[in-house]
Design a protein around this ligand. Structure first.
Ligand SMILES: [Mg+2]
Length: 117
């Protein structure tokens, strides 16, 4: 079972993810509303896995990914992109994203991605 940090500016998205993870026994150790907060919480909490939205105020998910990977090259970051953001996939991979999943996602897709981390 994993300690997970959820980074997403949508309250609804965070709640859905949290319920999904906790239902199978993972622990959500933190929730951040933007990339800056996500990075700060990553440093503070050292979670096993991060789920990272892309479009967020203050600092977007790809910039947060970059900072997290600079801090911890072994960080496991799953990018959850909105529909129509496929062009971000290459950039995310270059920055070291563990997985790139496009919304709307199947529950199983994300749970399996977390298992692989
Ligand atoms: Mg968003």
């Amino acid at each position: 079972m994993k300690n997970i940090l959820i980074v997403d500016d949508s309250t609804v998205s965070r709640r859905i993810l949290k319920n999904m993870f906790e239902a199978v026994g993972h622990t959500v150790v933190g929730e951040a509303l933007n990339g800056k907060e996500g990075y700060d919480l990553y440093v503070k909490l050292s979670p096993d896995v991060v789920t990272m939205d892309i479009t967020m105020p203050e600092m977007n998910g790809l910039d947060a990914l970059k900072h997290i990977k600079e801090h911890d090259p072994d960080a496991k970051v799953i990018i959850l992109s909105a529909a129509g953001q496929q062009e971000k996939k290459e950039e995310a991979q270059k920055l070291g994203a563990t997985e790139f999943i496009t919304k709307p996602y199947e529950k199983r897709t994300i749970l399996e991605a977390v298992e692989r981390c």
